[in-house]
Design a protein around this ligand. Structure first.
Ligand SMILES: Cc1cc2nc3c(=O)[nH]c(=O)nc-3n(C[C@H](O)[C@H](O)[C@H](O)COP(=O)(O)OP(=O)(O)OC[C@H]3O[C@@H](n4cnc5c(N)ncnc54)[C@H](O)[C@@H]3O)c2cc1C
Length: 267
């Protein structure tokens, strides 16, 4: 296997033209897959030395531009003001445990698109968009259009996630992220991200190949539980070693209620 470590995006795009070439970010998913024999790229294109992929920039409106190589630990430590950035920081704090958070990156996580991962859920609820670069130029895609299926994204061959853009969210809105897992540090059984002001935008993870996005107008407890039951009935959760589909459907309504209550304590 060939390993290259470009210092510019242009070099990285050229390096990705080789057959079976793959980006390497924090290695927390890809190296594990290689160890298990589930991936065997002919070339790894290391992204760590590419400066434009690093750093978090605050936008004048309170939103963020997050470089793809920003680690979970860096996002977890973020002093978030507005609801959108606050939601991302909350999600980052419950990704895995410190060793994984020190290496894993937001770009790697969303390119991997694990249906139980934390960022996709937070990014949909926040109305974020994904910046994607390639030798052909740069394009930006809404997060809801980026995640296409089970470990499947809208990335085309040769494309690199370069950044994530997170808007501030509505004025006065607040954010909360609820994650149910078997033990702290594990992937979610079900998770719910919420941004709430007078109304709420929620996304549910772990209940289908991609997060489920929903807008809620009535934030009373009964209405939230009812909305959760409707989402659960329409969802397609997996049954796996963590939980059955029936269990996921059962816990979803209460998790949704807690997430919205966490963001918006009094309706
Ligand atoms: C023990 C353990 C527990 C975990 N628990 C959780 C959890 O609770 N919640 C959670 O969300 N995640 C969890 N993870 C996954 C973790 O968040 C990984 O860091 C993440 O999935 C991959 O990020 P990475 O930077 O390590 O990417 P890598 O492993 O380097 O790459 C992953 C994939 O993305 C591609 N890629 C990487 N960067 C880019 C880019 N910029 N553009 C295009 N393609 C790219 C690679 O080619 C590869 O296919 C866990 C991982 C481990 C090992």
């Amino acid at each position: 296997m060939d390993y290259v470590a470009p210092t510019t995006l242009e070099e990285a795009y050229r390096a990705l033209e080789a057959e079976d070439a793959r980006c390497l970010a924090g290695g927390q998913s890809l190296v594990a897959m290689m160890n298990l024999g589930l991936a065997s790229p002919a070339r790894l294109v290391g992204l760590r030395r590419i400066e434009p992929l690093r750093g978090v920039a605050r936008r004048p409106d309170g939103g963020l531009r997050i470089g793809a190589m920003t680690t979970h630990a860096e996002l977890a430590a973020l002093e978030a003001g507005a609801a959108g950035p606050a939601l991302l920081a909350q999600a980052a704090r419950v990704v895995a445990y410190p060793a994984v958070r020190a290496w894993g990156t937001i770009g790697g996580s969303i390119a991997h698109a694990d249906p139980a991962a934390d960022y996709p859920v937070a990014l949909l609820a926040a109305g974020a968009s994904i910046e994607i670069g390639s030798a052909r130029g740069v394009r930006q895609l809404a997060a809801r259009d980026f995640f296409r299926g089970f470990f499947e994204t809208a990335l085309a061959p040769g494309e690199i996630v370069t950044a994530v853009h997170v808007p501030p969210g509505p004025a006065g809105a607040r954010a909360a992220y609820e994650k149910l897992s078997l033990v702290a540090g594990d992937f979610a059984i079900v998770s719910v991200a919420a941004i709430a002001g007078p109304a709420a935008q929620v996304a549910v993870g772990g209940c289908g190949p991609t997060p489920i996005l929903s807008a809620l107008a009535d934030l009373g407890d009964d209405a939230l539980l009812e909305a959760g039951r409707s989402i659960a009935a329409a969802s397609d959760p997996p049954s796996d070693h963590r939980a059955s589909a029936a269990y996921r459907r059962r816990v979803l309504p209460e998790l949704l209620r807690r997430a919205v209550r966490g963001a918006h304590p009094r309706p």
